[in-house]
Design a protein around this ligand. Structure first.
Ligand code: SF4
Length: 455
């Protein structure tokens, strides 16, 4: 497992990349700074750089105060928000109005006071202004595992999104409190599959196929959930003979499921499911899409009977932005460019890329490349920007020329981090994420099945 330790936490210089504006590395700015520069029309910022919405320049607490839940500006801003989505209460004014330097001093002072009793985790997609305080940077599963390795930490501050904090809570000890600095940092993809809709689908599939194994002992359907899902869905998989997967081990997990079942119900990300199963030789016509808003998922009985993988109608709005046209443009403008994309991208994009793999795969591929390589990367802009800064010997740019970060990662700002850390110093535990044992128990069963699978 690779993790990037940043301990002791020291502010790092802003990134050397030029986000969203092609491969040049002339302007050393973070994604958040670039957004502010673009919003002010600051001279010197290259013409192609633009954002998907001017609202990105506003502070996240503006969106926390809206009367209806909202994913906020960024890639998920047009996705419907479930009414049950957690809301963040008002951030105290002193944190909303503090300058960046003030917040920096307060965060570092609180971390100093808390010492080993707190660990701050930063996801690859989190903004640089928050990641610079992280003790570890990684993907969701790496960070959840990192939390378990810091047994002295009474508080785990997870600068990621809600399902990641839930996983960290399930894998950490009961004495450890997992804290999400902004409760509105959910995940639009995870929200696309809720426990009620999946249970309804499961009941329909059970009515169609029954629940008895065939002559080879294979059950009619094995549920497989992507790590990017609620704890309730991980628990559902644990209770129904299913398993969890990550983008690193999805093929090995599908192999596991095919050994035990005639078909797989894969949720919530249709693209990861389709890309993985296709690479394993499953024909597209045997991968029907299940749309929970339609009768019989919008498919039919015979198609379901012939299926090998039933794909839930979910997607990541960050990775859905990447297109084949962007890849063609990158190849035309940068002969020899290596195109790396995440398997949450749509199938035509994965097919047109040179390689598809998890965030860790992308990082390792760049790390192992000969100096002077050029990469066009299809994943979240904060990670691409950071890679460009960390590997100045390469030319690294995001396939998408428009700055459009993950809406929910963007809900975490240094102001919230300062607020939760100072709360801990004062003996309070703000924004604790707790998964009830009735859910966590079966979810751990599904997670442990995944751990037993060798990728
Ligand atoms: S990048 Fe996509 S899958 Fe990841 S947290 Fe954001 S919306 Fe969810």
């Amino acid at each position: 497992m690779h993790l990037e330790p940043c301990n002791p936490p020291r502010p790092r210089p802003q990134s050397a990349a030029q986000p969203g504006a092609g491969p040049s590395r002339e302007k050393p700015v973070s994604v958040s700074t670039a957004i502010q520069l673009i919003s002010r029309g600051e001279a010197g910022f290259p013409a192609p750089a633009t954002t998907c919405t001017p609202d990105l320049a506003r502070d996240p607490w503006v969106f926390d105060a809206l009367p209806l839940p909202d994913y906020g500006p960024g890639a998920s801003m047009h996705d419907p928000v479930p009414p049950t989505t957690p809301r963040q209460g008002e951030l105290p004014e002193e944190f909303r109005t503090a300058s960046a330097d003030d917040l920096d001093r307060r965060i570092l002072a609180a971390k100093e006071t808390l010492g080993e009793s707190v660990v701050v985790l930063g996801h690859f997609y989190q903004r640089d202004e928050v990641v610079k305080y992280a003790d570890f940077v990684g993907d969701s599963y790496q960070l959840a595992r990192a939390a378990t390795e810091r047994s002295a930490a009474e508080a785990i501050v997870f600068c990621g999104v809600h399902f990641m904090a839930e996983t960290a809570d399930m894998l950490s000890t009961p004495e450890q409190a997992v804290i999400l600095p902004n409760l509105a940092a959910g995940c639009s993809m995870a929200d696309m599959a809720d426990i009620d809709s999946v249970t309804e689908c499961w009941d329909q599939l059970t009515a169609l196929f029954g629940s008895e194994p065939d002559a080879d002992g294979r059950r009619p359907v094995i549920p497989v959930t992507y790590m990017n899902s609620s704890a309730a869905l991980k628990g559902f998989c644990g209770e129904h003979g299913g398993i969890v997967c990550t983008s690193s081990n999805a093929a090995a997990v599908l192999e596991w499921a095919f050994e035990r079942g005639q078909r797989v119900l894969f949720f919530p990300d249709q693209h990861l499911g389709r890309n993985t199963a296709k690479a394993m030789g499953v024909p597209l016509e045997r991968m029907p899409l299940w749309n929970p808003r339609k009768a019989w998922g919008g498919t039919d009985e015979q198609t379901l009977r012939d299926s090998r993988v039933i794909l839930w109608h979910g997607f990541c709005s960050v990775h859905k932005r990447f297109t084949v046209a962007q890849i063609e443009k990158a190849r035309a403008e940068h002969p020899g460019v290596r195109v790396l994309v995440h398997p949450e991208c749509p199938m035509p994009v994965v097919d047109a890329a040179d390689e598809a793999g998890s965030t860790d795969y992308i990082r390792k591929a760049i790390d192992a490349a000969a100096p002077g390589s050029t990469f066009a990367v299809g994943t979240e802009i904060n990670m691409v920007n950071r890679l460009a800064a960390q590997y100045p010997q390469h030319t690294i740019f995001c396939l998408d020329p428009v700055l459009c970060p993950c809406s929910t990662m963007y809900r975490i700002h240094p102001g919230y981090l300062a607020w939760v850390l100072e709360g801990l110093v004062e003996g309070r535990v703000p924004n604790r994420i707790t998964v009830p044992e009735s859910v966590a128990g079966p979810a751990r069963v599904a997670l442990n099945r995944m751990l037993a699978v060798r990728p």
